[in-house]
Design a protein around this ligand. Structure first.
Ligand code: HEM
Length: 135
């Protein structure tokens, strides 16, 4: 997917990331996972702003490794990825910048699907892969 470099500002990305993780931390299902694993929230929010800046604006600022980091987490389930996507959809539906909302939702769905595939393959590659339910 290509997105125009003027899709949004860095401030809009930061705002989206901060609002989303505010919801995720307070969520009954996702909150305990995030709060249990993330000790420096400023750092996590900066990393995730870099990630979204890279995928939406092509800034190449992100140099992380999402797949092995999520594969290493115990007890991830399809329902958790579906909840993640629901909260992300809620957050981005409220954005005034519709082009940003559409591009971010599309990318989030692709990433969630791919992380969920990777997670299943990292656990038991002999089992058939299951899909995430569409929101
Ligand atoms: C079940 C859903 C998810 C949970 C519980 C979850 C949880 C986490 C946690 C706890 C971390 C910190 C890991 C660490 O520092 O070791 C992390 C990192 C990250 N997550 Fe997720 N995540 C989920 C889904 C997603 C999705 C759908 C995306 C992308 C759209 C995403 C993007 C990232 C990125 C880019 C990082 C940083 C990776 C790095 O530093 O290399 N996550 N996630």
């Amino acid at each position: 997917m290509t997105t125009p470099a003027d899709l949004c500002t860095e401030a809009e990305i930061q705002d989206m990331v901060h609002t989303f993780y505010g919801k995720a931390r307070a969520d009954e299902a996702l909150g305990p996972i995030f709060n249990g694993m993330i000790h420096d929230w400023d750092e996590h929010l900066a990393t995730l702003s870099d990630f979204w800046s890279a995928v939406l604006l092509g800034t190449r600022r992100f140099a992380g490794m999402p797949m092995p980091k999520h594969a290493a987490m115990p007890n991830l389930k399809a329902e958790l990825f579906e909840r993640w996507l629901a909260l992300f959809g809620e957050t981005t539906d409220a954005l005034p910048n519709r082009a940003l909302a559409d591009a971010a939702q599309e990318m989030a769905k692709r990433m969630a699907r791919s992380l969920w595939y990777g997670y299943q393959l990292s656990r038991d590659p002999s089992q058939p892969l299951t899909e995430l339910r569409p929101a």
